[in-house]
Design a binder for this molecule. Structure first.
Ligand code: VGL
Ligand code: ZN
Length: 202
């Protein structure tokens, strides 16, 4: 059983969104072309309340992209993004969501950020995604989406930690920061992850 996790393909991460990932919309046709080839497709959705503490706007005198300590861990402050129920939190309108069987929402607790689709950033609370994939007898987890260096990376890292053979689809992801993405890809490879291109998926 091959599963595809589509990570955060949401309007606010698109080039005209509030937390724009360069070239982020280029992955949409790539994902649409391959999603039908998987036995199971799930998606994650960044889904923050307006008072989420990852937003710089919720910290007096702070600017986006500064780093603070949030409840004991380092937190990058972001522009407001993916606020629950707003158009920015919707999936890109061109994304074919028909094959998506389940959507795992994350980042709901205002006190803690959640980059991975599996756990929050302190690994305190699970979304249930690992149990869902296990119950579906998934034997391989493929990942794509936005942002490659943040939520895709953390999701695939957790998939590896959960024991799933894990594969990044390189041309179906884009990063906020290219340098961080290079480091992230090296780290996935070091942890026995693999990297393929969408054309390798048959
Ligand atoms: C993301 C920063 C903040 C992502 C989500 O989807 O990569 N990045 N929230
Ligand atoms: Zn977020």
């Amino acid at each position: 059983m091959k599963a595809l996790i589509i990570v955060d393909v949401q309007n606010d991460f698109m080039p005209d969104g509030s937390l724009a990932v360069p070239d982020g919309d280029a992955i949409v046709p790539v994902i649409n072309r391959i999603s039908g080839k998987f036995d199971l497709v799930v998606a994650t959705q960044d889904w923050h309340p307006p008072e989420h503490k990852s937003f710089a706007s919720n910290h007096k005198g702070r600017q986006p992209f500064e780093t603070i300590d949030l409840n004991g861990i380092s937190q990058t402050l972001w522009p407001d993004h993916c606020v629950q129920g707003t158009p920015g939190a919707d999936f890109h309108p061109g994304l074919d969501t028909r094959p998506v069987e389940a959507i795992f929402r994350k980042g709901i607790n205002p006190e803690i950020d959640s980059y991975s689709g599996f756990y929050d950033n302190q690994h305190l609370k699970s979304t249930g995604l690992a149990g869902y994939l296990r119950e579906k007898d998934v034997t391989e987890v493929y990942g794509c989406g936005l942002a490659g260096d943040i939520c895709v990376y953390d999701t695939l890292n957790d998939a590896l930690k959960c024991g799933f053979p894990t594969i990044l689809i390189a041309d179906a992801a884009r990063a906020l920061d290219e340098k961080n993405y290079e480091t992230a890809q090296k780290d996935l490879l070091k942890n026995n992850g693999r990297i393929v291109f969408s054309t390798d998926i048959v």
